[in-house]
Design a protein. Structure first.
Length: 210
């Protein structure tokens, strides 16, 4: 079963777009931080949905805290996408506008941990330096690791070639409709990467119980 996890932009795209700074193997954001835990235990296959709006506070933040640098590195325009999409023209320098009101990728919630524990781990990696430290710095920058929150560990993240327009709901991890799941699978040759990983994990668990 595929569930939907809705995020504001640019966080939705940061969770799925492969980052050249990390060898193109993973996105800049590997943890999604929330104030609640999923009702079902992980692993949970999710479609990453970008909400349809961007408020002034978000637009202001894009130009600070390293958002602009990372977004441009990923090939996206670091600003309000609506002036470009309304006129059906591309932003400057060949950059793409951030998709709004659409499913932008898939991932697997592989685990859920208290943010304070994850933040300590990330701080140790920052102190170690190198590529691992740079990646950890991105994680801290793009999440809210205050006490009492939870970090969803995202694995098997894949960006859709073409975002799929979808009107999301104000619910936590609700089930994706069958037609959306079919449209997502079509972009991956008929198989959804996160969902396949979930099924593989279940097979391993069942095998160890025998």
């Amino acid at each position: 079963m595929l569930r939907i996890l809705s995020l504001w932009q640019p966080w939705a795209t940061l969770c799925v777009a492969p980052d050249p700074a990390h060898g193109g193997r993973r996105p800049a954001k590997g943890n999604e931080t929330r104030g609640w835990q999923p009702k079902s235990p992980p692993p949970i296959a999710v479609a990453i949905h970008a909400t349809a709006t961007m408020n002034g506070e978000i637009l202001g933040r894009i130009h600070h805290d390293g958002f602009a640098t990372v977004l441009q590195r990923l090939g996206y325009y670091a600003g309000d996408p609506r002036p470009w999409t309304k006129r059906n023209i591309a932003p400057p320098r060949g950059l793409r506008p951030l998709p709004l009101g659409a499913v932008v990728g898939v991932a697997l919630i592989a685990g859920v941990e208290p943010t304070v524990d994850v933040a300590r781990e990330l701080q140790r990696e920052i102190e170690a330096g190198g590529e691992l430290g740079a990646r950890a710095a991105d994680e801290l920058r793009f999440g809210n690791y205050e006490r009492g929150r939870f970090a969803f560990r995202l694995e098997h993240a894949h960006e859709l070639r073409m975002p799929i327009p979808f009107a999301g709901k104000q619910h936590a991890l609700y089930e994706a409709p069958a037609h959306l799941e079919d449209d997502i699978a079509a972009q991956f040759g008929g198989r959804i990467p996160g969902l396949d990983a979930l099924l593989d994990a279940r097979r391993v668990r069942e095998a160890t119980r025998r």
